[in-house]
Design a protein around this ligand. Structure first.
Ligand code: IMP
Ligand code: MG
Length: 178
């Protein structure tokens, strides 16, 4: 293991089991429906790819790239959309797939932005939740793991765009990064 990763929090097997379990829940809740499943890039790409292959209902997929100002600066920042969805979601069920719910600044704005397009429903599905860091009132409808206040990387999650390719999720010590 790399020395800057101080601990493996979730192994490949933990992640695979959790994604399968979440897929089973979604298969019950969305049976007979045809939602649009939206991947929030880039962090969700691996989680999303694994999750959609567990789904046995009809669905379409779409992608969004967005970032929110005000993470460590003053909040109330705007949502900056670098890539919008291509689909028409009005009247449709929408599932937002996010890697990690931290302060909630990004997801609260994405939810509002997509909600303004008048879908029939919107649910938030996140791999990881860090509830102690929350600043905005946004809750995940589906979540695989709650964690304490650690900075984690791997399975899509990055530090300075690195580590997304790790097959596990580990705690990063940024002081040990080159
Ligand atoms: P929020 O707006 O504070 O909820 O930020 C959510 C975004 O911050 C996520 O989509 C991630 O891109 C990033 N983020 C938050 N915590 C971590 C972490 O521990 N590791 C890597 N990225 C993180
Ligand atoms: Mg990110």
């Amino acid at each position: 293991m790399r020395e800057e990763i101080t601990k493996v929090l979730f192994s490949e097997e933990d992640l695979s089991d959790a994604v399968k379990k979440l897929g089973r829940r979604l298969n019950i809740d969305y049976a007979g429906k045809s939602p649009v499943v939206i991947c929030i890039l880039k962090g969700s790409v691996i989680f999303f790819s694994d999750l959609i292959r567990q789904l046995d209902f009809d669905c379409t997929i779409d992608f969004m790239v967005a970032s929110s100002y005000g993470r460590s600066t003053v909040s109330s920042g705007e949502l900056k959309i670098k890539k919008d969805i291509d689909s028409e979601i009005r009247g449709k069920d929408v599932i937002i797939v996010e890697d990690i719910l931290d302060t909630g600044n990004t997801l609260s704005k994405i939810r509002k932005y997509l909600g303004d397009k008048e879908p029939a429903s919107i649910k938030i599905c996140t791999l990881i939740d860090k509830p102690v860091r929350r600043e905005k009132s946004v809750q995940a409808d589906y979540c695989c793991f709650d964690i304490d206040d650690h900075f984690i990387v791997g399975y899509g999650l990055d530090y300075d765009e690195k580590y997304r390719n790790l097959p596990y999720i580990g705690i990063l010590d940024p002081d040990k990064c080159k």
